[in-house]
Design a binder for this molecule. Structure first.
Ligand code: ATP
Ligand code: MN
Ligand code: MN
Length: 301
């Protein structure tokens, strides 16, 4: 196999015109990783991240003073991101129209990083038609202290049940505690249909195996179980996107893996922002070819 090109300044890594200030500011105090290193990570993975991150409404987790200080979740633009971060009008439940953010290139990502962004979360629909989801995400949230083996088994079970109804799915390591099961869709059904499908699917699993699963948001009902968070699939909800760095200890990233790789993993934090070269190499590897891609529509359920 060919070796990946080194990610030094004189490599072919894409160059951004966005100037990153305070490159030496430590963003991850437990490991000393800096804003500059985070920016370099995003610059390196931008070509593979944009496939997921580009051209959909995003929310940002911004931590201007680093992940251990104040962080906030930003959905709309307050007008400070510059020309590389674009807007898409979204009508909210209350009838107001808000300028949601999206990016479509490296400079857009870097402009967000410059503004203290660590995490990018995306809608399940593209800006070209925000009312028609192009992916489902089942976010598996284990109860405190639950073994990762249980999470893996749950993800695998979802995969099988989805396949039974004609849907191919792929696992995404969240970079945190869980795994997201990602189901690409032909943009066809509207949000209410997609949400209803996701909810009924999650409830059916919880009903069949109430000892293992819950589809109930309330923490009280989660004891020793995995919450199948189907609520990522409603209009306005977001989920972390592939290759996004997390604002968590030691800078883990959300990473696509194969079903067979998942079986051998010990946690969802396998990759970190130090792994840009590996992630780039993996993205073009045979194993991850076609990850998250399938022309499929929701079946009747
Ligand atoms: P983990 O595997 O540790 O659960 P996760 O990314 O799935 O990682 P969750 O807590 O399950 O984390 O969050 C699910 C999603 O909810 C996030 O990916 C994000 O898009 C959304 N979210 C997170 N924080 C907020 C917030 N403050 N406001 C609105 N939505 C949020
Ligand atoms: Mn989760
Ligand atoms: Mn969740």
């Amino acid at each position: 196999a060919e070796k990946p090109a080194p990610l030094s300044e004189n490599s072919a890594a894409p160059q951004s015109s966005i100037k990153i200030s305070s490159r030496d500011r430590v963003i991850y105090p437990e490991s000393g990783l800096t804003k500059g290193e985070l920016a370099d990570y995003y610059a390196a993975v931008a070509p593979i991240a944009l496939r997921w991150l580009g051209n959909r409404p995003i929310s940002l987790v911004r931590c201007p003073q680093g992940r251990a200080k104040h962080c906030f979740f930003q959905k709309h633009d307050a007008g400070s991101f510059g020309d590389n971060v674009h807007h898409v009008d979204v009508r909210e439940k209350d009838g107001s129209v808000q300028p949601y953010l999206y990016v479509d290139d490296l400079d857009g990502i870097m402009a967000c990083v410059q503004m203290g962004t660590i995490e990018f979360h995306g809608w399940g629909a593209p800006v070209t038609d925000i009312e028609k989801p192009d992916r489902l995400v089942f976010d598996l949230d284990p109860d405190e202290g639950l073994d990762f083996a249980m999470v893996k088994k749950a993800a695998e079970d979802l995969k099988v049940h989805l396949a039974d109804i004609g849907l191919t799915s792929w696992p995404l390591l969240s970079g945190g505690k869980g795994v997201h099961v990602v189901v690409p869709l032909i943009p066809q059904a509207d949000w209410p249909v997609v949400r209803s499908f996701a909810e009924r699917f999650a409830r059916a699993l919880a009903q069949a195996e109430p000892e293992r699963f819950t589809a109930n948001l309330k923490k009280l009902n989660r004891k020793g179980k995995i919450f199948i968070d189907y609520l990522r699939n409603q209009r306005g909800a977001t989920a972390v996107l592939p290759y996004v760095a997390r604002a968590r200890e030691n800078a883990p990233v959300a990473a696509p893996v194969t079903w067979s790789e998942l079986r051998d993993l010990e946690d969802a934090k396998r990759y970190t922002i130090r792994d840009a070269a590996i992630l780039l190499e993996r993205a073009t590897s045979r194993a991850l070819q076609g990850w998250g891609e399938a022309g499929q529509a929701l079946p009747d359920l």
